[in-house]
Design a protein around this ligand. Structure first.
Ligand code: NAD
Length: 412
């Protein structure tokens, strides 16, 4: 199955469970608009390079569309289409007034200079400027894009249409970004972990955790879980994986490796072992947090998985066949559309602050985020219990129900 077939598979299953019917199901499976653009830039050496860019808008029944921008060599239309659909379900699970979209550029940011990166971002925004906007579609950070990239987007759009901070979220604080946005996705993941452990009569205190990916989401999830007393015994990035049975020095790794984006493979300290990437995923831990790319938990790997639960910080890290194996083995998987929704929730807070020209304190943002994550977790848990479904299917049932209602009320 390709990425779109995977999301469609879950949508059809949830649709059947709630008896949605063909008419509405067809609407929810289709994409509203696809923008495929070429993005030419001048390289530092004077050459011209032409990149492929996408903005795919899945559904706007519940509000303006929302979703990140990914700069990565593996980005293609199919990938972006599936991620756009995930955003529709994610915004519905946490009940914020948005639809879903996603964007990306097929490129390798590691070989672009900062100037080339900026020119690429600005040219892409020129190409899709008519299709985005605060009431239409609002981009945000994703893999290899950060607050600086969001600042360039805001500036480029504002040059065309006047000062418009609400066109993009995840901006720097000095440019109307929100307190708490950078940590929000990782913080939301930790809220889900806390509640899942509490349901089993435990807490994060002394729970063992392995985190794949030490970028924005993974490093904050590790740091915040560590602050709550969890023992982070393994972390990895694209360069390698580190382990320490007594717990890694997460504040040190965060400050010296995650923030300056240094490769973890360079890290050396007493008691540290280097792991193969797969070994991290099959580590004997209470919680496995995949926080890198999609489809890393395969069927084969699921058979060997030793974690007691999986919390999907990344988008679509578990293949459907792996999902089935984990369900059979009784290992709960807290799905992306619930577990990593903290980022889009605080993006919504940022947009709301921008539109009102008002600022909330970090404490206020974090409190509201905690409330949204707790409410969403409880809503999904009720469906898990009442309908005897997996967490993923229950989250889809909640989301599909909300989007379908909005679709029917608005009319075709
Ligand atoms: P990022 O670019 O900041 O970090 C990605 C991390 O994954 C890096 O540490 C990278 O080295 C690592 N990585 C890449 N390939 C790897 C591999 N094969 N093995 C181990 N590590 C590998 O990206 P991010 O914003 O942290 O996003 C991570 C995931 O979370 C993505 O799936 C993204 O879609 C999802 N997500 C992000 C947000 C957000 O707010 N940034 C919100 C929701 C979901």
């Amino acid at each position: 199955m390709n990425a779109v077939e995977i999301t469609s598979h879950y949508i059809r299953q949830a649709s059947e469970i709630i008896g949605l019917g063909d008419r509405v199901e067809r609407l929810l499976l289709s994409v509203e608009a696809e923008h495929h653009v070429t993005v030419p830039i001048e390289l530092d050496n004077g050459d011209v390079a032409v990149f492929q860019g996408f903005r795919i808008q899945h559904n706007s029944a519940r509000g303006p569309m929302k979703g990140g921008l990914r700069f990565h060599p593996s980005v293609d239309a199919d990938d972006v289409r599936a991620l756009a659909s995930l955003m529709t379900w994610k915004t519905a699970v946490v009940n914020i007034p948005y639809g879903g979209a996603k964007g990306g550029i097929t490129c390798d940011p590691m070989i672009l200079s900062l100037g080339e990166f900026e020119r690429l971002t600005r040219k892409f925004i020129q190409r899709i400027a008519l299709e985005i906007g605060p009431q239409r579609d609002i981009p945000a950070p994703d893999v290899n894009t950060n607050a600086q990239v969001m600042a360039w987007i805001m500036d480029e759009y504002s040059r065309l249409y006047g000062y418009t901070p609400a066109v993009v979220t995840g901006k720097p604080l000095d440019l109307q970004g929100s307190e708490g946005r950078e940590a929000a996705t990782g913080r939301g993941v930790v809220h889900v972990a806390e509640q899942a452990l509490r349901d089993g009569g435990r807490s994060l205190q002394d729970a063992t955790v392995a985190v794949q990916g030490f970028g924005n989401v993974g490093s904050y999830a590790a740091l915040l879980a560590h602050q709550q007393g969890a023992r982070i015994v393994a972390v990895s990035d694209a360069s390698g994986a580190l382990a320490c049975a007594n717990g890694l020095d997460i504040p040190g790794l965060f400050a010296d490796y995650a923030v300056p984006r240094r490769p973890l493979a360079d890290y050396q300290a007493d008691g540290i072992t280097q792991l193969a990437q797969e070994e991290l995923l099959t580590a004997d831990v209470d919680i496995l947090i995949p926080a890198a790319l999609g489809e890393v938990l395969t069927e084969e790997l699921a058979k060997d998985l030793r974690a007691r639960m999986v919390i999907e910080a990344a988008n679509a890290p578990t293949t459907p066949t792996a999902d089935a194996v984990l369900a059979e083995r009784g290992i709960p998987v807290f799905p992306d559309i619930l577990a990593n929704a903290g980022g889009v929730t605080v993006s919504y807070f940022e947009w709301a602050q921008n539109i009102q020209c008002f600022r909330w304190s970090e404490q206020e943002v974090n409190q509201r985020l905690e409330q949204v994550m707790q409410d969403s977790y409880r809503t999904v848990r009720t469906v898990v219990e009442q309908r005897k479904l997996s967490w993923r299917m229950a989250a889809y049932v909640v989301a599909l129900g909300r989007v379908a209602k909005a679709t029917v009320l608005r009319g075709v």
